[in-house]
Write a protein that binds this ligand. Structure first.
Ligand code: GLA
Length: 679
């Protein structure tokens, strides 16, 4: 080849190289709607591509958009960028299709676990806000729509004109980092008797007494109780203790359960005085599965399933009817239409219920207890008749029917204070928070009902539901409350469980026997607010959920269809050592004592001087380390470590020198008990 030929070759090579460089390194657009959006998890409905949640044209504040990703708060979409994105830009807002409702949410962007951008609170009608973030070096990217603090029923969130500038790639993978296969941890209960019901029980003098000696083990089983005070008797076949105590006092009773394989004994402390719910209530509530579809028949079936599934033998007790046992303000459904009250102002049930006393008697005959729901406003959150103006009659009805639990839900009460029309509470802006931020108005309706409840001749657990307004944990006890919601409504999504979990430390100091912070009901099993589906939480997320709610001393209310309990869910809800943490008589609530990256270590002091310790992984990677900071979490000296989910001792450690290997799956938890040993 001559000189000219060589020069030409070099020139051609250089052009080719520079062209290759263009292909490999220049930025190109990757539209968000071109990715697989099905990996998104969201509160309700399915993720939508280029259409709104209701399958309409994407519209924000009157402007329409052709491209975008529509989702329902709370929601999360994870995208693997592997450092190949340069930037992301989009406009965000609440879709106009929910105009007229109280819809609000916050859009957030995270890169490798760090917050990159947030829209601030957005309401329906707000013009779209623009986001534009630099993604250089980011490997994992997350789009989150967080709760706008309003109950998130109508939060239809749009990410429109959303796109990446990418280098050398034409698409990105969306993913869910959590393993999907369910796995069983709780060992099968022994065929020998084990008594699982709480070690302490509170009752008021003169109130009907009902405590079931809940026990696992082969049947038939014979129950007895030594030292039962006068007025109480035990049914030796069922273990049900009933009667009435006339005098206040502390009574120590030795419970015994015997079968062909062996016997078990347990001390029960009966506190007859002013306080009830000395351990967090455990049971079931109709809302998270049936919502507006609840009926007496479904409630009966749930109670029967509580027995048939064996859950009753682990201490699960309450069968609580939520909203929609009353008649509705304007429903088209004939079964919800009718008189709200009789001439004397006593509430009338809708035709799906009818005889509430018969229902309560039936549930009691199974060894269970029963609860129901109302609102201090004229209407419940679902638009049924509330208690406003009829609090006395309602409290009397609940007692007359034989109910043991009342959930009292703020909702339309805010409209009363503000003189707003008492139409659809969700149509009024910031419905639930109306007036609830003002201490005196927040307290007033709960105090009123609390007093009427206390005047009844039976013990009724009083559960306040007002989503944590005015720091309810500081005054809930003073109005007779036994538990109070600290949050908005939970959904079966990781974003929901995580954000609720991270928000619980603020109220922890107020938990004590008879007073419990309530981070809302459990979202395991078949849940879905009238349209049940298997919980969208992955198995590890469910282990974390149950571990944390136990550590939090939270009321444990199963929210699923009890007739569709699968092995995994049943196993999750029947670990007696985990439940024991929740039911510990000291009544402390765990707090996060240490954070290592996104691993949070929660510690709960127990009555016997030991500690329940939860290693909870909120991050996107497995947390693996050799843990040795025992003094940081308040554990000193020599102690035994037991894995409560697996019900296995692991090791004995000296806090000065020892190390504990810890490996926590993504979004999972390890729940251990550290028991100090004598040296
Ligand atoms: C509110 C409560 C829920 C449920 C519904 C019933 O949203 O927070 O737990 O009781 O009302 O309408």
């Amino acid at each position: 080849m001559g000189r000219i030929g060589k020069l030409m070759m070099v020139a051609i090579l250089m052009i080719a190289l520079s062209m290759a460089g263009t292909n490999t390194f220049s930025a190109q657009t990757v539209w968000l709607d071109e990715l697989d959006l099905s990996a998104a998890t969201q509160g309700w409905g399915v993720p939508m591509k280029n259409r709104s949640i209701d399958n309409k044209t994407l519209t924000i504040a009157g402007k329409t958009f052709e491209r975008g990703f529509a989702t329902h708060s709370v929601s999360s979409l994870l995208i693997l960028l592997e450092g190949k994105a340069v930037s992301f830009s989009a406009k965000v807002g609440i879709d106009d299709e929910v105009k007229g409702h109280d819809a609000a949410a916050e859009f957030e962007l995270y890169g490798d676990g760090k917050k990159l951008w947030s829209s601030g609170l957005m309401r329906v009608g707000d013009t779209a806000r623009v986001c534009s973030v630099n993604l250089t070096g980011i490997k994992k990217f997350e789009l989150v729509v967080a709760d706008g603090g309003n109950g998130n029923y109508y939060d239809h969130a749009d990410w429109v004109d959303a796109r990446f500038e990418a280098k050398g790639v034409t698409t990105f993978k969306t993913y869910n980092p959590v393993a999907s296969e369910p796995y069983i941890l709780t060992p099968k209960p022994s065929d020998k008797p084990r008594i699982n019901s709480a070690k302490v029980f509170g009752v008021r003098p003169g109130s009907p007494f009902q405590y079931l000696v809940a026990a696992t083990g082969d049947r038939p089983m014979v129950f007895s109780a030594k030292g039962l005070p006068e007025g109480l008797k035990i049914d030796q076949n069922t273990g049900l203790i009933t009667g009435v105590l006339s005098n206040a006092g502390t009574y120590m009773v030795t419970l015994e359960a015997k079968n062909a394989k062996g016997r078990a004994e347990k001390q029960l402390r009966i506190e007859c005085g002013n306080r009830i719910a000395l351990t967090p209530p455990m049971g079931w509530n109709s809302w998270n599965c049936f919502a507006h579809e609840v009926s007496a028949e479904k409630v009966k079936k749930a109670a029967e399933a509580m027995v048939k599934s064996g859950l009753i033998n682990h201490g699960w007790t309450y069968i609580n009817i939520d909203d929609f046992w009353e008649n509705h303000r304007d429903s088209k459904d004939p079964s919800l239409q009718g008189k709200f009250r009789d001439d004397a102002g006593y509430i009338v049930t809708n035709s799906r219920f009818g005889d509430m006393k018969a229902l309560a008697d039936y549930v009691h005959s199974l060894g269970l207890k029963i609860g129901l729901y109302s609102s201090p406003g004229p209407w419940t959150c679902g638009g049924c008749a509330g208690s406003y103006g009829f609090e006395k009659q309602d409290a009397e009805s609940y007692a007359k029917w034989g109910f043991d639990y009342l959930k009292y839900d703020w909702c339309s009460y805010g409209n009363v204070i503000n003189g707003l029309p008492d139409n659809d509470p969700y149509k009024v802006s910031s419905l639930s928070y109306n007036g609830g931020g003002e201490l005196a108005t927040a307290i007033k309706p709960f105090k009123l009902m609390g007093e009427y409840i206390r005047q009844q001749p039976r013990d009724i657990v009083y559960s306040l539901c007002q989503y944590g307004m005015s720091d309810v944990w500081k005054w809930g006890d003073s109005v007779g409350g036994n538990c109070w919601r600290t949050t908005n409504d939970i959904t079966d999504t990781w974003v929901s469980v995580k954000s609720i979990a991270l928000d619980q430390d603020k109220s922890a100091a107020y938990a004590k026997p008879g007073n419990w912070n309530d981070p809302d009901m459990l979202v395991v099993g078949h849940v879905g607010w009238g349209n049940p589906h298997p919980s969208k939480l992955k198995p590890d997320e469910q282990y974390l959920h149950i571990s944390l709610w136990s550590l939090f001393s939270a009321p444990l209310l199963i929210g699923c269809d009890m007739e569709k309990l699968d092995d995994f869910t049943l196993n999750l809800l029947t670990n007696d050592e985990v439940i024991e943490i929740n039911q510990d008589p000291l009544g402390k609530q765990a707090t996060c004592k240490q954070t290592i990256g996104e691993l949070r270590i929660y510690v709960k002091e127990l009555e016997d001087g030991s500690f329940a310790v939860g290693f909870c992984n909120f991050g996107l990677d497995i947390a693996e380390l050799s843990y040795k900071d025992f003094s940081k979490i308040g554990v000193n000296g020599k102690f035994k470590v037991r894995d409560l989910w697996r019900q296995k001792d692991i090791s004995t450690i000296d806090s000065q020198t020892g190390q504990l290997p810890v490996k926590v799956p993504v979004h999972g938890a390890l729940l251990y008990k550290f028991t100090p040993q004598k040296r």
